[in-house]
Design a protein around this ligand. Sequence first.
Ligand code: IPM
Ligand code: MG
Length: 397
Amino acid sequence: MTNHVIEKAREHFGNLLRQQIARVDRMKVGEEQTNYSELKPIIIGFIGGDGIGPFIAAEARRVMEFILKDELNSGKVEFRKIEGLTIEKRAEINKAIPDNVLEEIKKCHVSLKGPTTTPRKGDPWPNIESANVAMRKELDLFANVRPVRVPNEGIDWIFFRENTEGSYALGSNGIDVTDDLAIDFTVTTTQGSERIIRLAFEYASKNKINKLTLVTKANVVKTTDGKFLKIGYEIAKEYPAIDVDDWYIDIMTAKLVDPKRRTQFRVVALPNLYGDILTDEAAEFQGGVGTAGSANIGRKYAMFEAIHGSAPRMVREGRAKYADPSSIIRAGAMLLNHIGYPDKGKKLEMALDITGQYERKYVMTGRDTGATGRDFCDYLMETVMDSDIEKKWRSYQ
Ligand code: IPM
Ligand code: MG
């Protein structure tokens, strides 16, 4: 009996290793980097997702249409609506992303995505892989970039979370070896670590930020985190102007709430799961995950998303129109930066800061005590149009 289960587990493990080695080989070749300035049109997909997703995605589209009016008219930019990435559809066919939806997504150069439900063991849905995680893998979106800024408190962080490896790489491929023994895997590769850490250093260097922090648990998780950390310090040698330190995830989590310490962090590079956890904590200082945007960047594709949940209860209770579209619109601002419209991206970010954090003429509460997403977006567009927007924004800093 024991021999049989071990043999079965060994075979499963062997298959996983083969897949991962093949993935390393693909990374070594590398995909061609998309050059947006050469594209006509740049195709932007809008993916509604589940729950409040389609409501906030529609508002985000309205704002993006407003900001990219000239580009849409001249044919430099094209918008597409991508339907069918819903939990009902995914559950029906038992797939993280339906094939035809993935095909449509791959026809777009970049996409803006609402939240998608992630089932877990015990939910009424089949235990399919998260659509986010599947999309990151399918499009090889290796960098999850998440900025958090609270100017009044001196917080100006940007997290570079590895997005395709760690405990996520084989998160749906663990083994129930026996009824009592469950094993999961965590994966770190040289290529996977190098590309995310290098991106973080390049960002710091381009933006003249001389501080970069690596976060791991390399004192315990020695092989995989040890590799990430070692590669981090090797790459650091190429950037002598950048001061590099490293923290273990437990104490890093604590130091983010230490007002004296936390303002010293600027650029942070870290493996997948630690990045997942730490960026939720970080976003809380800015007003919660609902206010944060998230960029998933690969060489070829990029996807920008709201990082909050799909809030099915708001839809059930008829409150979807009060859902806050700030997070997906912040992701839209990152999208604009990424495809070569940094001025428009900056303007939209400033307008989000003014409307959501400073001026707050319309406040969203998630119910009829506050503004609707539509009212908020009208206010946001008015603010974008204000020719004194930068002056206004600076006055609050
Ligand atoms: C995030 C989310 C996802 C993740 C979930 C929905 C799978 O928490 O984008 O941070 O864990 O990456
Ligand atoms: Mg998360």
